[in-house]
Design a protein around this ligand. Structure first.
Ligand code: URA
Length: 234
């Protein structure tokens, strides 16, 4: 692939901007400065630097973000910052979007990608991907509440009750809840339906992929093939 196309596909702007970046001698490929926009490179395992930052060529971007509270899963947020402000601009330029949404006050594992098929697969209601949440509740949890969540609760506007795949209390006010759907405010509504209230919500796992303990809130990482396999295996 020619260098201009490498930059273009990886989100460095319109072709005109990519040509300018190359002409301004800001790109190093395989350790050597390259100012020829037509220079050809094998994209397999290609690494390059722009302004000293290193990138690997990726056909698609698969990202895991540890979402902090106070960020909206939208490019045009209404009342808070956008999760995209936590990512390099190149990712938004190449069309990365959120795989489902977390509420602005929900924290934890958020997937993002520019692979339309992947985004569709993991947001489709048909694909029942387990999602594990940790909800901090206002009132102490009791067995009747946990049983009700497992048996199913009828949420306003829904035709059928929704049951959690698993619901247990980690301690008096911390509920671990596994759900298959991704309905609007689902966990908060389920907790409200059992007569309790969700005071904080954190997503720990999607499919077989767990939020890495070392990834600080606000930080992100690329997902590699083994992470994607773990996600599918869940
Ligand atoms: N359920 C909710 O209520 N909010 C989220 O952000 C995710 C699941």
């Amino acid at each position: 692939m020619d260098l201009e196309s490498v930059l273009f596909t990886q989100g460095f702007g319109a072709r005109r901007q990519c040509r300018a970046i190359i002409a301004e001698a800001r790109v190093v490929v395989n350790g050597s400065l390259c100012t020829d926009r037509d220079a050809q490179f094998d994209i397999d395992a290609l690494t390059f630097e722009v302004d000293g930052t290193s990138w690997r060529y990726r056909e698609h971007a698969y990202i895991l973000l540890n979402k902090p509270a106070g960020y909206e899963c939208s490019r045009e947020p209404q009342h808070h910052l956008s999760v995209f402000s936590l990512l390099p601009a190149q990712l938004a330029t190449r069309g990365v979007q959120c795989v489902g949404r977390l509420d602005q006050d929900t924290t934890g594992l958020l997937l993002l990608s520019d692979d339309g098929k992947f985004v569709h697969t993991y947001t489709s209601p048909k694909r029942k991907v387990p999602k594990v949440y940790l909800a901090t509740t206002k009132h102490p949890l009791d067995d009747a509440q946990l049983a009700a969540l497992r048996e199913g609760v009828l949420l306003h506007g829904e035709a059928k009750p929704i049951a959690a795949v698993a619901a247990h209390a980690r301690d008096e006010r911390r509920l671990e809840l596994t759900v298959l759907e991704g309905k609007y405010h689902q966990v908060k509504r389920m907790v409200a339906a059992i007569g309790n209230r969700c005071e904080a919500l954190h997503r720990e796992r999607v499919g077989g992929l767990t939020l890495p303990a070392a990834l600080e809130p606000g930080n992100w990482q690329w997902l590699d093939e083994s992470d994607l396999q773990a996600l599918r295996a869940g």
